[in-house]
Design a protein around this ligand. Sequence first.
Ligand SMILES: [Zn+2]
Length: 245
Amino acid sequence: MPSSSSSSNVPSSSLRYPVNEPTEPSEASTSTLTPGFERWRSSLAQFTGMGLTEEEKLEREKMKEMKTLEKDWDKCEAYKRDLMENSPMITFLLNHLRLSGCAFPSSALQCHPCPETRSGGFSPEHGILLCQNRFFSKKHMEDTLAHELLHAYDHCRFKVDWGNLRHHACSEIRAANLSGDCRWTREVKRGFYSFNKQHQACVKRRAILSVLANPACKTPDMAEKAVNEVWESCFKDTRPFDEIY
Ligand SMILES: [Zn+2]
């Protein structure tokens, strides 16, 4: 004869689990839904953006941001490796930096996210910055890298005082003139070695913009004046392109 359960205070549902494994405190709040369903629900929620708590939404945004950062960084590093090995312009400049005693290893060319206002930078202390989220093509990155390598070359070969606007202007004129910024390399490939007025206007405009970003430059007039003062000699100076070793 079965014993009567009515005499016991133990709820009948517990009787089906004679051994209750204790849960860790962190597991205590785990949903009672099956793991498979839980995965499906959260992936659907991620997909639609619906059914998320504020905390989950923030987490999702963070994940998306991280994925974008990682993707941009991977792309920038892949472009960089390719350009360092295969771009005639970049290998030429790297080679001349090495010959001048300022070798630029891959680690001195750094991919980082940047604000919209810039695509690269050069710092004597930190090397070259490549703005991983600002390149719309490998060609664009090649132009930017060539531009920064020309600053690096100037810094290596000449005593550049970057706080001196005339020094800065000279390097910006050369960088804009000799990198692909104003399509110099394309013109050369086409066989046009004489620069037209449009090219000069482009170089001047870009040099003024860059000098304007110098903290020592207070007004657009100061930038324009610095560029004009060194224009003749710096525009003509095409080193290292005319150097023969
Ligand atoms: Zn520059």
